[in-house]
Design a protein around this ligand. Structure first.
Ligand code: ADP
Ligand code: MG
Length: 199
């Protein structure tokens, strides 16, 4: 079973990983974006960790709803509302249970990813975070490590794609040949599940 502490560990592991990889995320956002993805997420997840320390929510759903709200209010870029929606919708789906099982978590994350696609209008293959998130949720039944591997693979597979959503889509064919920054950060988010679980 997964409790609030697990979800708090997930968020702090993500914050640490985003912090370590911020320069790389921003570098990926240079050729096909505006070079702010690393700093956007670093600011957002720092706010998430601070809010979680201050409020210490004691239900998994409440942890994710609080995290999502912070990302929506603290991150200016497209990714803030999208990641915020992912976590908020997942949190709402979990409700106020004190513990959730793997299957409930997988369902909630699926609802979150569906909400991202509804908000941003991106489908798999459009060269966005969706290209890492959808394979991750599909693989989640096999455990966190399989989800993390699927997300990483999905992120790498964005390189040859032409962007059809977000800022990178303005470049048309010139977006081909670059890995998508949001898919890369999504892989970090999913990899942090492994760290949080000690798997
Ligand atoms: P901005 O593009 O506003 O500068 P960021 O640089 O923080 O925001 O995030 C860019 C990332 O957001 C992209 O690499 C992509 O993965 C993701 N993204 C942008 N638009 C969409 C969308 N409509 N649907 C899903 N993901 C998107
Ligand atoms: Mg950007």
């Amino acid at each position: 079973m997964l409790d609030a502490k697990f979800f708090r560990r997930w968020m702090s592991a993500t914050a640490a990983s985003v912090d370590r990889e911020a320069d790389r995320l921003t570098a990926l956002d240079s050729p096909i974006g505006d070079a702010d993805h690393g700093s956007n997420l670093r600011r957002g997840f720092a706010a998430v960790t601070a809010a979680l320390e201050e409020e210490a929510p004691d239900a998994p759903g409440a942890v994710l709803v609080l995290a999502g709200k912070q990302l929506i209010s603290k991150v200016g870029g497209a990714s803030g509302p999208l990641y915020g929606t992912l976590l908020r919708r997942a949190g709402k789906t979990l409700g106020d249970a004190a513990e959730v099982d793997d299957e409930q978590f997988a369902k909630a994350l699926r609802a979150g990813v569906d909400a991202v696609m509804a908000l941003g209008g991106a489908a798999p293959g459009d060269k966005t975070m969706v290209d890492a998130l959808v394979p991750a949720v599909d693989a989640l039944g096999g455990g966190f490590a399989s989800a993390a591997a699927a997300a990483e693979e999905g992120a790498l597979a964005t390189t040859p794609l032409q962007a059809r959503k977000g800022r990178a889509s303005y470049l048309g064919e010139r977006s081909i040949g670059h890995q998508d920054p949001g898919a890369t950060s999504s892989a970090l988010l999913v990899a942090a599940l492994v760290e949080a679980s000690g798997e």
